[in-house]
Design a protein around this ligand. Structure first.
Ligand code: GLN
Ligand code: ZN
Length: 760
């Protein structure tokens, strides 16, 4: 018999219950017990849902109140001293590690976040021990509800590879987080024993690092680790889960590990199948086929998946094959059932987490010989309907793309000439100040938007409201003396979704939220056909903002790569083509902003780095089209128009040449919480254009002092001695913050700029 498995499931709740509860707890409106009660209800609902969909192997322990890597750190006592020493409850310490804490005299900066997870901070003083038994508790909780689950754990090697050397480490330059593996493994083994004692017969150990280059030489470490774990909990069946990429050569050592099942991702890396089957064939390993995508929202082509699975069954036999989701389903929305506005023919193209669970179950049943012909027939019809739609695409868009000429990718003059032309329009002071775009998305803004959506507020009233917000934002920036203003993005629900909603070729949903990090959820638009821009999208707001002030205004757009990476892309054409279609649409918007008299235009590309393929050999081809798309979007303007770009994650050392090739006049980058290594790279490689390294972290509500930001600015300056123009701004947009903190922090930030001007 072939079993079905889900590697994980969204933890946000069908109606964002977990976000609502955690935020209420942070606001002091819900007690810790009440929060835990909501969490417990949601865990139960997840297990029951997966069971109802017919999934055989149901995960537990993957639920989280913030971030599952942070959960891992908390369970294994990877708690930096500053948090361990703080007088906080366990729950508040946990949240403090994720989002910082500033209350009742306790002032803690959050830990660094990268790619949407909290980076573990380890050091030679890290003392692993079981600080809590969350994985065991949740297993028991499910069991008591009558559902025997497969606990999910972050793998020990991946956990250390994801980490960074913490501030507690006396010799940071020579310390390697992986050197702690020998200390971590026994404690990890202890946890496996406890799971076994609680009745678990199997666990899922996630080692996504196995699809990355960093593990190529770690065969011996993997062997020793899994030998030790198998010995610690004999008889406990281990599924080693890999996802988001291909194992490549690593499969050779992975196939020798003392595990029960190897899981591979056949959505992102279908081409690895033959190699993996060949490698596991002589062993007794089971192979878990990640056929149903945990990353996209398209219906699985069940017939195609069955054909793939049958091919593997022919080699390994039915009992050695499991059909599964490609990764956890946490990156997909909870359920299609809550979508009432999608057209039925469109809804029929999609599967969200719950429907995907049903797909794996159907596949397993079909492979085990059950009659699921009705489900298969319905699926076949849906897939055919989608294929028919794809054929009817937008010829004009394709034609325009085919006529793009090489000169359209470059600005008219080199940077030095452009910046001189820009200085002639507005002579900004040294250390010019600006922000990254958004101001707080207040309750009032969200309320007005939701009333407008429901028709309780007319478009005219809503636009008046937004104008008023913009007016306040402009007045505030003038009052505190910011140099390059923004309009504040009050009109945007989300930086990617907002554009998706105005572009042709996207559809959007009502409740299809996915977790970005912590309690931040996004509702990605879905690209369903060729993309174009029917009318200007932001010109109205930027022009209005500019009409209120004599200071220069910065228009604000989300770049093509980011819109695409933060959307669910089409599966029928390449991402490159989708991205360039977007670039052309944005190019028109950029030119229209210029025509409307906007001096500077920022095109945010925070997702460029995040979209990097996992294996370095794949980077070049991705970065070529990604950078080209940005250039295509921005190069249509005159020299006098200043193009800014912004990146949230700042780890650019390895892709420096591509960042230079973007040729934005100014890039602002996240820098407040990372070390100076990155800026040193910019210095060493002679980065030609201007930079604005962020002076303060925006993920945390804490308000840094003038001295703290000044010291940081001084450090930036010393790392970038050759730069004439250093811009002063925050790490990122301020939409998640509250006004009082934003006002105070920005005031202090301007003070820092003024002090620098006076002193230098
Ligand atoms: N302009 C956007 C904002 O300020 C940028 C956000 C981001 O890069 N994530 O909100
Ligand atoms: Zn950002």
């Amino acid at each position: 018999m072939t079993l079905s498995a889900a590697l994980g499931y969204p933890r946000i709740g069908p109606k964002r219950e977990v976000k609502k509860a955690t935020e209420a707890y942070w606001a002091g409106k819900l007690s810790a017990d009440e929060l835990q009660k909501v969490a417990k209800e949601q865990r139960l609902l997840r297990w029951q849902t997966l069971q109802q969909q017919g999934v055989d192997v149901i995960p537990s322990g993957d639920f989280t109140l913030y971030d599952h890597v942070l959960d891992f750190n908390n369970t294994f006592n990877i708690i930096p001293k500053r948090f361990a020493d703080a007088q906080l409850s366990d729950l508040d310490r946990y949240f403090a590690m994720g989002r910082g804490h500033q209350k009742d005299g306790v002032d803690l900066e959050a830990q660094e976040m990268q790619n949407h997870y909290i980076k573990s901070e380890v050091s030679s003083s890290t003392q692993f021990k079981l600080n809590n038994l969350k994985p065991v508790d949740e297993f028991v909780e499910a069991k008591e509800a009558g559902i025997v689950t497969r606990p999910v754990l972050v793998g020990p090697i991946t956990a250390l590879l994801l980490g960074k050397v913490g501030r507690d480490e006396p010799n940071p330059a020579s310390f390697d987080p992986l050197s702690l593996l020998d200390k971590l493994v026994p404690v990890y083994g202890e946890l496996l024993q406890k799971l076994q004692q609680a009745g678990a017969t199997e666990v899922q150990i996630d080692e996504p690092s196995l699809v990355m280059d960093s593990t190529a030489n770690l065969g011996a470490q993997y062997q020793a680790t899994f030998d030790a774990l198998a010995k610690a909990a004999p008889g406990l069946k281990i599924t080693l889960a890999t996802y988001f990429g291909r194992l490549d050569k690593n499969v050779e050592f992975v196939a020798k590990l003392p595990i029960d099942t190897l899981h591979i991702d056949l959505d992102r890396a279908a081409d690895q199948l033959d190699q993996v089957v060949e490698a596991v064939k002589p062993t007794s390993l089971k192979l878990s086929l990640g056929l149903v995508s945990g990353r996209n929202i398209w219906k699985n082509d069940l017939a195609a998946s069955l054909a793939t699975a049958k091919k593997v069954i022919d080699v390994l036999g039915q009992d050695r094959v499991v059909v599964a989701t490609s990764s956890s389903l946490l990156h997909t929305p909870v359920t299609l059932a809550n979508e009432s506005r999608l057209k039925p023919e469109q809804k029929d193209w999609f599967s969200f987490a719950t429907e995907k669970a049903a797909e794996v179950a159907t596949l397993a049943k079909a492979l085990s010989g059950a009659d699921v012909s009705a489900a298969l027939d319905a699926n076949k019809q849906s897939i055919q309907a989608r294929r028919d739609f794809e054929k009817n695409s937008d010829a004009a868009v394709r034609e325009r793309l085919s006529k793009v000429t090489p000169d359209m990718y470059d600005r008219k003059s080199p940077f030095a000439q452009r910046i001189a032309a820009q200085d002639a329009v507005y002579k900004l002071p040294p250390f010019p100040t600006t922000t990254i775009g958004s101001f707080p998305q207040t309750k009032e803004i969200r309320l007005a938007r939701s009333k407008h959506t429901k028709g309780e507020l007319s478009t005219e009233e809503y636009e008046k409201f937004l104008e008023n917000e913009i007016k306040h934002a402009v007045e505030f920036q003038e009052e505190i003396d910011i140099d390059l203003l923004v309009h504040g993005e009050a009109e945007r629900n989300d930086m990617s979704q907002y554009f998706g909603e105005q572009l042709q070729g996207f559809v959007f949903t009502e409740n299809a939220w996915v977790q970005s990090y912590g309690s931040r959820y996004v509702r990605p638009p879905i690209v369903v056909s060729d993309v174009s821009r029917p009318t200007p999208m932001t010109v109205r707001w930027s022009s209005y903002a500019q009409s209120l002030t004599k200071r220069p205004m910065k228009g604000m757009l989300t770049g093509p790569v980011t819109i695409l990476n933060w959307s669910f892309p089409r599966a029928d054409i390449s991402k490159e083509v989708q991205c360039k279609q977007l670039a052309l649409a944005l190019r028109d918007e950029v030119v229209d902003l210029e025509k409307a008299g906007i001096f500077a235009i920022q095109v945010d590309e925070p997702a460029i780095r995040e979209g990097l393929p996992l294996r370095q050999v794949d980077w070049n081809s991705y970065l070529t089209w990604a950078v080209d798309s940005f250039k295509l979007a921005t190069a249509g303007v005159e020299d006098r128009t200043q193009v800014h770009s912004h990146f949230c994650y700042s780890d650019f050392g390895t892709i420096f040449e591509h960042i230079q090739r973007l040729d934005a006049d100014i890039i602002s980058i996240e820098a407040a919480k990372s070390d100076l290594k990155l800026l040193q790279v910019f210095q060493a490689k002679g980065y030609a254009n201007d930079i604005g390294p962020g002076l303060f972290d925006i993920h945390s509500p804490r308000v840094p002092s003038v001295e703290e930001m000044k010291a940081r600015a001084e450090a930036f300056l010393s790392a970038l001695p050759d730069k004439k123009h250093i811009w002063i701004g925050p790490d990122c947009g301020l939409k998640t913050r509250e006004w009082p903190g934003v006002k105070e922090t920005l005031r202090r930030m301007v003070t820092v700029a003024k002090q620098l001007r006076a002193e230098r």
